[in-house]
Each structure stands twice: as structure tokens, then as C-alpha cells.
Design a protein around this ligand. Structure first.
Ligand code: PEP
Ligand code: MN
Length: 363
């Protein structure tokens, strides 16, 4: 796992070979609920920080909107009694000041806030010069620039310890998960900000408890630095996000099923075989690009020919024929229809763009 030293766990006493784990209820509801959950998690020895939402950004009014500042006292008590680091969501300047007063170690910025530059700037100004770890969730809409912009505002405020949380993106359609992971977006953020820790929040991606394990495993396989999982002593009775929360025993079970893979190996034999296989992949990639170039040259020739004969670029039957043939051939190589459709659509668009340029070139 990378970057762990950047998170506030160096002195947390938890062994570092595991991913950084933040766990706790969606919302702080009562002193008893906050304390009993924290004690169970501390006892497991696997949790680095305890989360609990104090102010809840609810989509519709009338839902549980959080206990407010009173809950911060309970989080302070958690820290004193269990030694766990504490984490809560901040969405306004007042939240930052309140959280600071109660010694909150990690302030996270929620998905409904990170996409709002005014809110982000207000929070960044309030954080200026304070010593706190800030985790920024992706905005609800799949916009890497907004997420990156939120990061930059916090960074400009002088915060040293910043991490990102991937919690998925809203979708109008009902898909497998409540929020689409769109893994390529956090991967792009990791490419842009390679030294910034990335934490996965499988609870908010999944929306129900049944997919927590598969999402967490995927995050580990993509070399994420940590997980944030919602844990409640009695999940079904939770005042918010009841369906996605699990109890401390279920968390222990989930953690025991996760497979931790190494990023690299020092085994010479393994490295040798991997290098050979990668050389083959590189060779195929070169061939693919050469073939695509040759294919595109013919598409251009067809474009010139169509222009001379005054024929339209798009011939629907021909395109369907190409796609059907490709799907059938792909099946023989165990390539999925979805994959081959994406590849061929991309090729087709590039051909059309090239033919369009030829058709509309006055020369
Ligand atoms: C939460 O963490 O409970 C929360 C409200 O998350 P999000 O901002 O990802 O919806
Ligand atoms: Mn929640």
C-alpha cells in the first residue's frame, strides 16, 4: 500500500500492512450508539479512524439531518476512551470551526459539497492554517475537473494531509450499484495526483450491504490506499443509510475475506516471466496501431471515392454488417459484445470524422 505515512496513522498503533480503514456509522445518533460501535471497532484492532456524520446532507427534507454539534462531544469521548482517530463530514465554515473545537482529526467533504466551488472555497478559507487531515469525496456528478478543483482549493489553503474518497457517481438509471463506480475517474485522479491517497467508500457506491465485499476487493486490486465503510451496531435501525450499513461482526467477516495482493514482487522468476508476457503485449499493441492506421488509410480512400460519386458517408446497413461480423468473430476469442461494440464504435467514429474531412474539403 502506498502513501500511508501521509495519513494520520503513523502514531495510531495499528500495523500498517493493511489498508487504512475508516469505519463507523453513517450518522451519530446517540451517545450509546456512538460509544458502543467505537468500542467494538477499537477492539477489533483493524480500524484506524472512526467516522460518524454529525451534519447530514439529505437529498429530501424530512430525513434525519444529524444530531449537530452535540455529537462532537461523543466523538471526543471516542478518541479519549479508544484512541481511535475521529472523522466527520464538514460542509460549511461553521462545521469546520465546530469540528476543530472538538479535536476532530479527519474532516471529509461530502459528495454534495465537493462539486460546489463556492462551498469549497468557504471551507478552504476556514481551514487555512489548521492542522487537520482532509479527505475529499468525488462530486456526485462524474466531473474530474470539479473533483480536482476541490482538491486544489484545499491544497492552496495550506493543508498538508489531503486524501481523496471515491464514493461513486449518481445515475438516473437503476443499475447494479446505487452509485456507479466509474473506476476510470478515480484512476484518472490517481494519474494526476500520484502521491495523494485514494480511499474507496464501498458503502455509498453499493447502497446495499450485499456488494460491499466485491467493491472493496476491486479497490484493493486497483491499489487504493484505504477503505471507508459504514458500520452501525444495529444497521437495520439506523436513522440514515440503513440498507448499506453492517455491524462490527460483519465488518470483521468482510475484512477476513479480502485478499491483499502485493503491488510488486522481488521474485526474480516471477519478474522474468512477467517481462516476457509484457513484451508480447507490447508487440500486439504495436501491431494493433499499425493495423488501425492501415484500416484508416483505406477508409479515407473510400471517402474520396464516395465524394467523387456523390454518395453519403454513413450507410447504415454496411455499419450493421461490420458490427455483427465483429461481434461474431469476437465471441470466438471470448471477447464480450460490450467490449467489441465500444472498440468498433470508436473506430467507426474516427472513420466518419476522416471521411467527413475529405468530403467537406473544397480541394
Ligand atoms: C456519508 O459519508 O455518510 C455521506 C453523506 O456520504 P456522501 O457525501 O458520499 O453521500
Ligand atoms: Mn451515509
Amino acid at each position: 500500500m502506498r502513501n500511508l505515512s501521509k495519513l494520520p496513522i503513523a502514531d495510531s498503533g495499528v500495523k500498517l500492512e493493511k489498508p487504512f480503514l475508516i469505519a463507523g456509522p453513517c450518522s451519530a445518533e446517540s451517545e450509546e450508539q456512538v460509544m458502543s460501535c467505537a468500542k467494538a471497532l477499537a477492539k477489533s484492532g483493524k480500524v484506524n479512524a472512526y467516522r460518524a456524520g454529525i451534519w447530514k446532507p439529505r437529498t429530501r427534507p424530512g430525513s434525519y439531518e444529524g444530531i449537530g454539534s452535540e455529537g462532537l462531544k461523543w466523538l471526543k469521548q471516542v478518541k479519549q476512551e479508544t484512541g481511535l482517530k475521529t472523522a466527520t463530514e464538514v460542509a460549511t465554515e461553521k462545521h469546520v470551526y465546530e469540528a476543530l473545537k472538538y479535536g476532530i482529526d479527519i474532516m471529509w467533504i461530502g459528495a454534495r459539497t465537493s462539486g460546489n466551488p463556492f462551498s469549497m472555497q468557504e471551507i478552504a478559507n476556514a481551514m487555512s492554517g489548521i492542522d487537520v487531515t482532509v479527505l475529499i469525496k468525488n462530486p456526485v456528478n462524474p466531473d474530474v475537473e470539479l473533483w480536482h478543483g476541490a482538491f486544489e482549493r484545499i491544497q492552496k489553503a495550506g493543508i498538508q494531509n489531503i486524501g481523496l474518497i471515491h464514493r461513486g457517481f449518481t445515475s438516473y438509471e437503476k443499475l447494479r450499484y446505487k452509485n456507479q463506480p466509474l473506476w476510470q475517474l478515480p484512476i484518472e485522479m490517481k494519474r494526476r495526483l500520484p502521491n495523494i491517497p485514494m480511499i474507496c467508500d464501498p458503502s455509498h457506491i453499493s447502497g446495499t450491504r450485499e456488494y460491499l465485499l466485491e467493491i472493496s476487493q476491486k479497490a484493493l486490486d486497483l491499489d487504493y490506499d484505504g477503505l471507508m465503510i459504514e458500520v452501525h451496531p444495529t444497521p437495520d435501525l439506523a436513522l440514515s443509510d440503513a440498507k448499506q450499513q453492517i455491524n462490527p461482526a460483519q465488518l470483521a467477516d468482510l475484512l477476513s475475506q479480502l485478499i491483499y495482493r502485493d503491488q510488486n514482487s522481488t521474485d526474480v522468476n516471477f519478474i522474468h516471466i512477467l517481462e516476457e508476457l509484457r513484451a508480447k503485449v507490447d508487440g500486439y499493441d504495436e501491431n494493433l496501431i499499425e493495423l488501425l492506421g492501415q484500416r484508416m488509410a483505406i477508409a479515407k480512400e473510400i471517402g474520396r471515392y464516395k465524394k467523387e460519386n456523390n454518395i453519403t458517408i454513413l450507410q447504415k446497413n454496411r455499419w450493421e454488417e461490420i458490427l455483427n461480423k465483429a461481434e461474431q468473430q469476437a465471441a470466438q476469442y471470448s471477447l464480450s459484445k460490450e467490449f467489441i461494440d465500444i472498440v468498433f464504435n470508436a473506430i467507426h467514429i474516427e472513420s466518419i470524422n476522416n471521411q467527413n474531412a475529405i468530403m467537406n474539403n473544397p480541394k
